[in-house]
Design a protein around this ligand. Structure first.
Ligand SMILES: [Zn+2]
Length: 243
């Protein structure tokens, strides 16, 4: 004999499934930055796969350059630098006078790969400036760096893997100059004044959502004086190193 409530049960189950599908579709629509198959757009918030997608721009220099231009920065393509299979870059960008609301790079004339330039731009806009406002009621005017391109293996060893610096996909950040005249230094302030230390940790953590590798003084003594940020392409799964 048919149970009288069986039809009602299946009807309710169907309704619940339909509501779940609609909710899921709406969530997908609202969170393209958290889905592995959507394309990067700089007007979307930072999401689970943003860093992996920025790194993947290394395979599509024209799209990367067009996106930077669309973001309103005055970055200019830098001449290609081809040394050998391990060293050099084709998609260099000279980071000069990005725009009125972003920090300058000191020393000037910094050239990075286009994906690294993209990650640096988003880091500035989404992480550095808001953090400086919150902690110091100031803006970051200068990013103090120790360069990007350098034809070398990891830790300057004679053999082993090549550094992301060898393709200008990495940059080393020594500190920040702020609009109130203050300088925040990784070496001096990581374990120093609580306010500066909190700022440095916040910008390190924020970088972890935009770069695929972030190495800070927490990682090892070799990084006691800088944040190493790079856009190593580790595939679409979004694997990142944040230490
Ligand atoms: Zn480095």
């Amino acid at each position: 004999m048919r149970h009288p409530f069986r039809a009602v049960f299946y009807f309710l189950l169907f309704c619940a499934a339909a509501v779940a599908v609609i909710e899921l579709r709406q969530w997908f629509h609202r969170h393209p930055q958290d889905l592995p198959w959507t394309e990067l757009r700089l007007d979307q918030p930072t999401g689970r796969f943003t860093a992996a997608r920025i790194a993947a721009l290394g395979d599509d220099a024209p799209r990367c350059r067009a996106m930077l231009q669309g973001a309103g920065v005055r970055d200019r393509p830098a001449p290609a630098r081809i040394v050998d299979d391990n060293c050099g870059y084709r998609d260099g960008v000279r980071l000069e006078g990005r725009n009125a609301r972003t920090a300058d790079f000191q020393p000037g004339g910094l050239v990075t790969s286009c994906p690294a330039a993209t990650a640096l731009l988003l880091w500035d806009q989404r992480v550095l400036q808001p953090a400086a406002q919150r902690h110091f009621n100031a803006s970051v005017t200068d990013l103090l760096h120790a360069g990007s391109y350098s034809c070398r293996r990891l830790y300057n060893r004679a053999d082993g893997g090549w550094s992301e610096h060898a393709t200008a996909d990495a940059v080393d950040i020594l500190g920040f100059r702020l609009s109130d005249g203050r300088t925040v230094s990784v070496l001096r302030d990581w374990s120093g004044d609580p306010r500066e230390a909190a700022f440095l940790r916040e910008v390190r953590d924020g970088a972890c959502r935009l770069f695929t590798t972030v190495l800070s003084p927490d990682y090892n003594a070799a990084h006691r004086d800088h944040l190493h940020l790079d856009v190593a392409d580790r595939g679409p799964a979004g694997w990142r190193a944040c230490r």
